[in-house]
Design a protein. Structure first.
Ligand code: 5AD
Ligand code: SF4
Length: 465
């Protein structure tokens, strides 16, 4: 979501005649006695922030501290923050960091150019943080990073109450874009050369176009005016988007187990355009922990969902999120999570050490797993998952897959890089003319998580044609 918001912000600012410089250089000018300046040539430095874990926030606070130095040598510099930390901390940050000029909430990105102008003219601290509504901004001014791939947010916010999570506080309740607008934006992207869209939402599969349409109807709009499917839950939305000619692949992230239904699996199974990678966070394999997390499912129920998904879509690649060392997690709970990883054989797992987030229900529980134990459990989970991933991946060696050719390999310009329908990355030698096309590639070796491949030769008569 932040990558999308950054692309929107960059596009809007570029359209105002600004030049976008590359990313932040953390090492610049930090030598003792030399004033810090990461970008001597920049007039504005914006950080798009995340609140999900303490570590992400600490890095932003660290950079804000360093930027105080930069402002001493460049008094005209404008320093701004976007993203969830703005929603969480709000104007309090102005007192703590007097050199911070600008704060833009997640629902106010379109105002960014005007706000920068306001700071430039009046040289005072400016914040715009709207509490209600949707933070999604569809704009053709977006500066997309990829030629063939685009992010497409369809909903924001979260109505669940996972006790560890700050998202309901920073992003508010669930709000969906009307299906008609999603369809129109997807079609516009395809007209612009995009072949692959990733639908985004904090709970993307809880998307509810009906609610969005109801909202619009009250505002006096006719939802079916464009003749497009006017309202949809997530499976219908996916099904409808598959009808867009020229759109070759659709991914989505992140899903919540409660809305991972057979109806959704059925739609995926019948549509080869839908990615065969499904990210479904488990968080813990121990029922007492899941209960304290208020995850709304037991481990057994989660396993049933995965079993059912694999029955409907046997080729599906499932990935997950795990939190190590949540409040009250015992050694037995940890062993249960290790067992769950072994049983469910995820293709990948993102494993995080628990950190308390202010204002969340879990912030009232004792964060009682010592950091050394959190680190050890984190390591054990990572090691086990690495073995499972390796085993899963090795089973694919020697097979041929349809690969979408995305880019020239950043590490070796003689090679191309692409991803399969299950979003496995492969690099292989081939001409640049294949960029943006689908090719059959045989997996011949594995280097860490990347496959090395070779283009499958066309059958003689087809090649001749
Ligand atoms: N501490 C550690 N990890 C967290 N996540 C969310 N909140 C926290 C927290 N307080 C993880 C969850 C979620 C992923 C996006 O981040 O695993 O699925
Ligand atoms: Fe956070 Fe839970 Fe909502 Fe996901 S479902 S955003 S983990 S509260």
């Amino acid at each position: 979501m932040n990558m999308y918001d950054t692309e929107v912000a960059e596009g809007l600012l570029q359209n105002q005649g600004m030049q976008i410089l590359s990313s932040f250089d953390e090492t610049a000018g930090t030598l003792p006695g030399i004033a810090y300046s990461p970008f001597p040539e920049a007039d504005v430095i914006l950080m798009n922030t995340c609140s999900i874990r303490e570590h992400a926030e600490e890095r932003v606070f660290g950079r804000l501290g360093l930027l105080k130095e930069a402002k001493r040598v460049q008094p005209e510099l404008i320093i701004g923050l976007m993203g969830c930390m703005v929603e969480e901390h709000r104007e309090k940050l102005f007192q703590k960091y007097p050199h911070l000029d600008l704060m833009v909430g997640t629902r106010n990105i379109s105002e960014l150019p005007a706000l920068i102008e306001e700071v430039r003219k009046e040289r005072k601290q400016v914040a715009r943080i709207k509490q209600e509504g949707i933070s999604i901004e569809y704009t053709d001014q977006i500066k997309r990073a990829g030629s063939y791939h685009a992010w497409l947010p369809v909903m924001t916010g979260c109505n669940k109450v996972c006790t560890f999570c700050i998202v309901p506080i920073t992003r508010g309740s669930e709000v969906s874009m009307p299906a008609r607008e999603v369809y129109r934006e997807a079609s516009r992207l395809v007209d612009d050369g995009v072949r692959w869209i990733t639908l985004l939402g904090q709970n993307v599969n809880s998307y509810d176009g009906r609610k969005a349409e109801d909202g619009r109807r009250k505002e006096g709009q006719n939802p079916s005016a464009a003749g497009l499917h006017p309202s949809a839950a997530f499976p219908e939305l996916l099904d409808t988007l598959c009808q867009i000619e020229g759109l070759e692949r659709i991914s989505f992230t992140t899903s919540h187990p409660s809305d991972a239904t057979e109806e959704l699996y059925r739609v995926i199974a019948k549509n080869p355009k839908i990615s065969r990678r499904f990210h479904l966070p488990l968080q813990s394999g121990a029922n007492p922990v899941l209960k304290r997390m208020k995850r709304l499912h037991t481990y057994e129920e989660f396993k049933q969902k995965i079993d059912s998904m694999r029955r409907w879509i046997p080729e599906i690649s499932v990935t997950t999120d795990i939190i190590a060392g949540f409040c009250g997690e015992t050694e037995q709970d940890h062993q249960d999570t290790l067992r769950a990883l072994g049983e469910l054989c995820f293709d990948d797992a993102y494993i995080y050490k628990y950190s308390t987030r202010p204002g969340t229900p879990a912030s009232k529980l004792a964060d009682d797993v010592p950091i050394s134990i959190k680190e050890q459990r984190n390591r054990e989970l990572l090691e086990l998952q690495k073995t499972i991933r390796q085993r899963n991946n090795e089973q694919l060696l020697g097979e041929t897959f349809e690969v979408f050719v995305e880019e020239i390999s950043p590490k070796d310009p003689s090679q191309l890089r692409g991803r399969t329908q299950a979003e496995k990355t492969v690099v292989f030698p081939g001409p640049q003319s294949l960029l943006g096309s689908f090719q059959k590639v045989k997996f011949r070796a594995l280097r860490h998580e990347t496959f090395l491949g070779i283009l499958e030769a066309e059958p003689a008569e087809k090649a001749h044609l």
